[in-house]
Design a protein. Sequence first.
Length: 172
Amino acid sequence: MSRAPRRRTSKPGKRSSSAAVTVSVNGEDVPRRPAKKDIEKLFLKTLALVPASRRPDIPAAFLKKLAVDVIVVNDARIAQLNTAHMRHKGPTDVLSFPMGEIDPERRVFNLGEIVVSSETAKREAAERGLPFEEELSRYCVHGFLHLLGYDDDTRTQREEMFAIQEKALSSH
């Protein structure tokens, strides 16, 4: 699971306990996409599990106006993106592209884009005996945590990130 380099362009703002996340879900030639409302709920649950000290700097006026774009693609497309942005060959499960900036057209704070592979999710779900939707949701949460600044480069980082990820998925 990979994350593109982070760009921070916002200034620190006052934090609030309530937030709203708007998700757009798009797909390229894929059989099934996650439901927008389900992913929004999952992202809000994930955000609530992230300590305030670990959240990106989001202007107070935009805490209830967060946006994430989820793009569901096939293995061929995610392999192209993986090569172009991460310099890794072959498909992966999820790529995250943090933005961390105000989007004046949508009037939201754009956390970034998450690209997930439906083919990888289908394959992994079958191998692990899980529902496809659960595996695809796992990729979305993992990507969302990358947008919030989490990394999984070391064992300690992975353990911290996966603990939040699995807790968020635990009653999904």
